[in-house]
Design a protein around this ligand. Structure first.
Ligand SMILES: *Cc1c(COP(=O)(O)O)cnc(C)c1O
Length: 425
């Protein structure tokens, strides 16, 4: 797709006026700067903004607790016993899954461990895990400790797909070369959908096919992909995936996370897992101590352990309703491509040598985030952005991440952000 942009402020305002999704910004609380104007909030990749509708939904749960107490499990406006059911369909839509392949539970890293408990079953000959570098530290810790948990050494068992020297993105070819080289020994590929540091969007379909051809299981961490880019987990035949919902999914700090188990595994009751009562067949769940045998639900629910955490799920209902109202990921992605494309265009206009955008240039190799590597005085530059009313984030040693999101950011904000950067010279 080619787009013609202009660095003229009027052009940015015009894009906003023509934006079919522009009214969605109204549905969020925008944090204010000291002077009372709204911040340019480009940190939705870290914590998405609060949907205004979240408060009413959370209040409803508090009221039901106050008025009904234990009876709210079945008699609340939205019964707590089956609360997670209300999230299933919209979550499945967002990640391109069937409803029976998705469960909302726990938080992301916990889900990563639970999925590895099932899908990382190393043997003496096949025990390696391939992941990308740099990866989010929590994923690295989870993977390394799983390796150790099974009696292996991360020094032997971890295969890292890295960018080449002087490059920032990991090449698909290099992932495939690593699969080729270690193929027989790799038990699991566990890779991000979108890398947290560079913003690189991986070709999940291709990686999955290349790995599975060699008998390797594939798990995807969608922390930076869910709600950012369209996904088709079922069709791509991914074995499992996990994601959090407080980044692009705007569901609040520590909100309940998601997990995907492909149907061909989800219906397999024989798969080993770490179980709890909410993964058990509801028909016998309340026979409690009378039924000590665990009978998993033949769907992703079979991995659910505990009863649903109502207060960390309630805001998610408000958020998913907004995604639904916006028409789903395809429309959001169309705006996102334009919004981030415009940011990229403006940064390139700033013919500057004090920063480099390390996110891939190609639209289909990134989501909405651009990672800007400052060649010097990176912290100073970041402080300057903050002082000018920009909320983005800094990743050591020298990268500023800016994520204009299609639900609540504007083209004019992108224009102002680029101007602040350009004026820094
Ligand atoms: C944000 C993020 C996490 C955070 O994990 P929590 O368990 O939700 O605290 C983990 N992994 C990746 C890749 C992330 O981007």
């Amino acid at each position: 797709m080619t787009m013609t942009f202009s660095a003229d402020e009027k052009f940015a305002l015009q894009l906003d006026a023509e934006d079919p999704l522009r009214q969605f910004r109204e549905k969020f609380h925008l944090p204010l700067s000291k002077d009372g104007s709204s911040l340019i909030y480009f940190a939705g990749n870290s914590l998405g903004l609060m949907p205004k509708a979240a408060r009413k939904i959370v209040d409803q749960e508090l009221d039901d607790w106050a008025k009904l107490a234990v009876d709210a499990h079945l008699k609340a406006e939205t019964p707590w016993y089956s609360y997670h059911e209300t999230l299933r369909e919209p979550m499945a839509q967002l990640v391109g899954a069937q409803p029976n392949e998705v469960i909302c539970m726990n938080s992301l890293t916990v889900n990563l461990h639970l999925m590895m408990a099932t899908f990382y079953r190393p043997t003496k000959s096949r025990f390696k895990i391939l992941m990308e570098e740099p990866a989010f530290p929590s994923d690295t810790y989870a993977i390394k400790t799983q390796i150790v948990h099974h009696g292996f050494d991360p020094k032997d068992a971890l295969v890292l797909a890295r960018p080449r020297k002087g490059e920032f993105a990991v090449r698909q070819d290099d992932i495939e070369t690593a699969l080729e080289k270690h193929g027989e020994q790799i038990a699991l590929v566990l890779i991000a959908g979108v890398n947290f540091f560079t913003g690189q969007l991986f070709d999940i379909a291709k990686i999955t096919a290349a790995a599975q051809k060699r008998g390797i299981t594939v798990g995807i961490d969608l922390a930076h992909a869910a709600g950012n880019v369209p996904l088709a987990l079922h069709d791509w035949n991914v074995d499992f995936a996990v994601w959090c919902s407080y980044k692009y999914l705007n569901s609040g700090p520590g909100a309940a996370a998601g997990a995907f188990v492909h149907e061909r595994h989800a219906t397999n009751r024989k798969l080993p897992r770490l179980a709890g009562w909410f993964g058990n067949d509801p028909a016998t769940r309340f026979r409690l101590h009378l039924e000590p045998e665990f009978i998993p639900v033949p769907s992703a629910d079979g991995w659910q352990i505990s009863n649903p955490p109502i207060f960390s799920m309630a805001p998610l209902r408000a958020s998913l309703a907004i995604f639904d109202e916006a028409g789903g990921m395809e429309l959001l992605r169309a705006k996102s491509i334009k919004l981030t494309g415009y940011l990229q265009f403006l940064l390139e206009q700033t013919s500057s040598n004090f920063f480099t955008v390390i996110t891939p240039h190609e639209t289909d190799a990134r989501g909405c985030q651009l990672s800007i590597l400052a060649h010097e005085h990176s912290k100073e530059l970041f402080k300057k952005l903050e002082a000018a009313g920009v909320k983005c984030d800094f990743r050591e040693p020298n990268v500023i991440r800016a994520a204009p999101t299609p639900l609540y950011n504007t083209f004019h904000e992108v224009w102002r952000f680029a101007k602040i950067l350009a004026d820094h010279q």
